[in-house]
Design a protein around this ligand. Structure first.
Ligand SMILES: *[C@@H]1O[C@H](CO)[C@@H](O)[C@H](O)[C@H]1NC(C)=O
Ligand SMILES: *[C@@H]1O[C@H](CO)[C@@H](O)[C@H](O)[C@H]1NC(C)=O
Ligand SMILES: *[C@@H]1O[C@H](CO)[C@@H](O)[C@H](O)[C@H]1NC(C)=O
Length: 923
């Protein structure tokens, strides 16, 4: 009973939630019919053969028919060469018995095709080249596709003949004696009969007490995909696992099936809340990305292999000169839908970020407050509690931008309402928070309490908006409010209806300073199979839940996003947090790693989990600071704040049964250290904001694995306890109890790294063991060659920081050069987009001159922020004078001091407005 608070429990939740601590509530591959069939698939003879007599080529689109030679079922293969070095490979039944589900709402690109040259075409092989001289080779028999960057083979599909596409079929007659059965089948004229042996799970499957009726029978799809000359692949979140994907030999495949996993285990490939079927492969020369666009339950096997060089026409040879080259063999299988693959051919990681971003969208620039610090708990109990927590931050002078309210603030889990006893005057509470420049986030979950007096329920019921069960009734399940129903967010009409619930006149007690948290959107249903919907539940257009499961959460978040746009009449940028994700969820907001635990291992795993989300588009990621379940001690709490200050989404959160843990409850030393950690985030908030701006423009995430910045340094390919924030800061958070030393590896063979606090420098290509560790130690390093804007004044929230002065920290590289950017705007509205109201400057130091250059000439944005000081690290000799030159104005001598021991120059009070052109000359 330590796990869930007694008063919260509806009986059905009790048993199931408590039980779900253990992994036995979730299927293994062996317990899943299609997973077993696909994983064990061993075709012997190749099964699929393309018929190039049917080949059509039109602009960037090639199509042909493919036959399953074992049962003569025909398929259509479409290959699209898309602009910006991308390809799409789509494989479907030629004449399916009924339409198979094709993912909607994820791809936002126009998919403009690129012309190509046919290099070779005969009955066995078609070779095409795109404008960048990248090649596709399509083999007819057996069907196989190879993808080259230049002459280098990087990926191949079906080279192991594991393609297995279960065509839709009519249900065989009930089992009878074997001979009769065979005759009966032979007489059926309707459909080319499968020669696949019928297996017990094909038409019905029982797991625990739940039976899946499988009205459409077997329909899974699977194929092998190999990455040649790669030793590392990444992505396919969400798993609580290492950043570099492991071999799944001897274990289950990585599973993608959005589930509410209670007290999840770490270091395995079990499914969690989100599913992004997107994988990246990286080696010294190339980065490629591959999206397996399928929203059904999906599993992925990963194996490291070696292949004999001689079997390739030409391969890259980066890793080994031996006759064997490494490759990663992956095997993907989904329960239904199509095979629809997008391949991003890079060739660099920044290209892949852009290519994937064009496909599925980038994270829009978040409002400034949302990348600052958030204070959450299940639950802040009432209005006084909220006010007291706010006052605590004031009293202890700890910055904080947002207070959060979990499910208990509502009238008995009826979202968009308030508990009238505990929150009688939400307007006044909002006004109070706003007066401190702070915001509020309230939770809005997708389960709607079945209560005909609750307007959200009665309207959705009347309009027929709820997801249906297999019998066509509204699906009824248990969740926090008790008996509940779930709107079918796949339906755009439902999204629009939902969005109106956020209008200020409809969501009483809130203001434009109120934002939203969508939780439980896997969807979580306490009495469903694996705590979610039955797969035979029915959505829009009769598609089964099986087809769309992993998309449900994203569609809720999209509907909420529309609600926030409507709420401010399109003026304010929404902020929404989601637990469930799919490819493209980054377009709507932030994600957190779900219900983690107050343990050191969970702090450690937060880094690879967020790195994985980052490289798969979901870049606004964080974990519950302190751990959701259980009680962190002060050391864990401090270390977690220190680490999370360098992760994109920074929120403390806790389970209702945990002890209160606001930052001032851990003693005087902890208060100071937690304040320092939070302050370190605020002092860098404009650097973070600039990174998010570039993330929106380029798809490059703010939090990065080291290899993105140092692509050739293979010793960093599996490093995930150390990471970059942008290209200028490297962090190695301390994530072990009682740490007395920490090893830091410095990348960049010709680079230099600065600890701007201790004034020490470190050579790239070396590593250092730091032994002078205290609780205050946070290993953070500036990269030589960087210029980073700081704001050091301690303020209660970002609102008060707008006009504060900047300090520029300049760290010179070995050539004495440095550069950096600063972006900011009003932090809140779309004016940066609609009327270019923003500041975008480039700073450049070379030839002993620091120049600030405007990169947005038509900027109308007015700022009072000014330049307070410049600190230059790595200056060899003391200048005689330091001169500020402003365009169109006289030059001014500036005061400075030089520390010859550490080569640091401090320049005082240039005093110029940050958005003017100026230069500072040292001579
Ligand atoms: C069944 O096979 C025949 C002959 O191979 C073909 O013409 C037909 O399109 C196939 N039907 C389906 C549903 O694939
Ligand atoms: C930004 O502005 C462009 C051009 O006016 C517009 O098409 C686009 O929808 C805007 N984006 C946002 C997020 O407002
Ligand atoms: C910095 O300025 C120098 C000299 O004008 C120029 O060569 C260099 O490309 C600039 N660096 C950046 C990053 O803009």
């Amino acid at each position: 009973m330590r796990l869930l608070h007694g008063t919260l429990l509806v009986l059905a939740c009790l048993t199931i939630s408590i039980e779900s601590v253990d992994r036995n509530n979730f299927k293994s591959c062996a317990q899943s019919g299609f997973c077993k069939r696909q994983r064990d698939h061993n075709p012997g003879e190749p099964t699929y053969k393309a018929d190039f007599a049917t080949l059509k080529i039109d602009n960037g689109h090639l199509s042909c028919q493919v036959e399953n030679v074992k049962n003569s079922v025909l398929f259509q293969l479409d290959l699209f060469l898309l602009k910006d070095n991308r390809l799409r490979f789509r494989f479907n039944e030629l004449n399916p018995l009924k339409k198979r589900y094709e993912v909607e709402g994820v791809i936002v690109d126009t998919l403009e095709e690129e012309k190509f040259v046919v290099v070779r075409k005969d009955s066995e092989l078609v070779e095409l080249k795109n404008g960048l001289n990248n090649k596709v080779a399509l083999y007819a028999n057996p069907l196989k596709a190879e993808f080259y960057i230049g002459d280098y083979l990087v990926a191949s599909f079906n080279s192991k003949n594991l393609l297995k596409f279960e065509h839709l079929r009519t249900k065989p007659a009930p089992p009878e004696p074997p001979q009769e059965n065979a005759e009966a089948q032979a007489e059926q004229p309707v459909q080319n009969e499968s020669q696949d042996s019928e297996e017990p799970d094909m038409w019905e499957e029982t797991y625990k007490t739940h039976t899946d009726s499988k009205p459409n029978g077997p329909q899974s799809v699977g194929m092998d995909i190999s990455f040649h000359d790669f030793e590392h692949v990444y992505g396919i979140p969400q798993h609580a696992d290492k950043f570099a994907l492991r071999s799944t030999a001897g274990a289950d495949p990585y599973r993608l099936y959005n589930l509410d996993v209670f007290e999840y285990e770490i270091n395995n490939g079990m499914a969690l809340y989100g599913s992004i079927p997107y994988i990246l492969a990286h080696n010294k020369k190339f980065t490629v990305g591959l999206l397996w666009l399928n929203a059904a339950e999906t599993w992925i096997d990963v194996r490291s292999n070696k292949a004999d060089k001689s079997i390739f026409s030409k391969v890259a040879d980066f890793i080994t000169k031996s006759n064997e080259i490494p490759q990663i063999d992956t095997h993907w299988f989904s329960e239904s839908g199509l095979i629809d693959i997008y391949l991003m051919l890079g060739p660099k990681s920044t290209d892949v970020f852009r290519q994937y971003g064009e496909l599925t969208g980038n994270t829009p620039l978040p409002p400034l407050f949302s990348i600052a610090y958030h204070q959450c708990r299940w639950n802040y109990n009432d209005e006084d509690d909220v006010k007291n927590v706010n006052a605590g931050f004031e009293e202890h002078q700890i910055p904080m931008d947002v207070i959060w309210l979990d499910i208990e603030h509502t009238n008995d889990k009826r979202y968009f309402t308030w508990d009238s006893i505990k929150f009688p005057t939400p307007d006044q509470m909002m006004e109070h928070l706003s007066s401190f420049g702070r915001k509020l986030v309230t939770i809005v979950d997708p389960h709607i309490k079945s209560d005909s007096n609750y307007h959200v329920y009665s309207e959705a019921k009347e309009k027929g908006y709820f997801v249906k069960d297999k019998n066509g009734n509204d699906l009824d399940g248990w969740c926090w409010p008790g008996s509940s129903a779930w709107p079918d967010f796949l339906n755009d009409e439902v999204k629009n209806w939902w969005s109106t619930k956020f209008l200020l006149e409809n969501y009483k007690g809130t203001t434009l300073d109120t934002y939203t948290w969508n939780d439980m959107n896997e969807p979580s249903m306490f009495n469903g199979p694996e705590i979610t919907f039955p797969k035979d539940a029915v959505h829009l257009n009769g598609f089964e839940h099986r087809d769309v499961h992993n998309l449900y959460g994203q569609n809720l978040v999209k509907a909420t996003f529309l609600g926030h746009m409507a709420r401010s009449n399109g003026q304010r940028r929404p902020f929404i947090l989601t637990r469930s994700t799919f490819a493209g969820s980054q377009r709507y907001g932030a994600v957190w790693t779900g219900d983690n635990t107050a343990e050191w291992e969970h702090l450690q795993i937060s880094i690879p989990m967020c790195l994985t989300f980052s490289v798969t588009g979901m870049s606004f990621c964080g974990s519950d600071v302190g751990g959701f379940f259980k009680n962190p001690d002060s050391e864990l709490m401090i270390r977690w704040y220190q680490a999370a200050a360098y992760q994109p989404f920074f929120r403390s959160h806790a389970h209702i049964d945990t002890k209160r843990r606001e930052p001032w409850l851990f003693g005087e030393e902890a208060i100071n250290l937690i304040r320092d950690a939070i302050h370190s985030r605020y002092s860098l908030i404009y650097y973070w904001y600039t990174l998010f701006y570039f993330n929106e423009k380029t798809g490059k995430p703010p939090m990065l694995p080291i290899w993105v910045e140092f692509p050739e340094e293979n010793e960093f390919y599996d490093v995930d306890d150390q990471h970059m924030v942008g290209s200028a800061i490297m962090v190695k958070p301390i994530t072990t109890k009682g740490a007395s030393s920490v090893d830091v590896k410095f990348p960049g063979n010709n680079e230099i790294w600065y600890d701007v606090k201790s004034l020490r420098t470190f050579q790239g290509g070396s590593s250092t063991t730091f032994t002078d560790i205290t609780l205050a130690t946070v290993p953070v390093f500036h990269r030589g060659g960087s210029i980073i804007p700081y704001k050091f004044r301690l303020r209660r929230s970002t609102t008060q920081m707008a006009d504060d002065p900047f300090t520029l920290i300049v760290c010179l590289d070995k050539q004495g050069l440095a550069s950096g950017h600063l972006y900011f705007d009003d932090g809140l509205t779309f004016n940066y987009n609609s009327s270019k109201e923003f500041v975008l400057r480039e700073f450049n130091f070379s030839n002993n001159k620091l120049i600030s250059k405007n990169l947005e000439m038509s900027s109308l944005f007015k700022t009072y922020a000014w330049l307070e000081r410049v600190i230059i690290y790595g200056i060899k000799t003391e200048p005689k004078k330091v001169t500020l030159e402003e365009s169109g104005s006289k030059s001014t001598q500036l005061q400075f001091s030089f520390d010859s021991k550490s080569n640091v120059l401090l320049i005082r009070k240039p005093g110029v407005n940050i958005n003017t052109d100026w230069s500072i000359l040292l001579d």
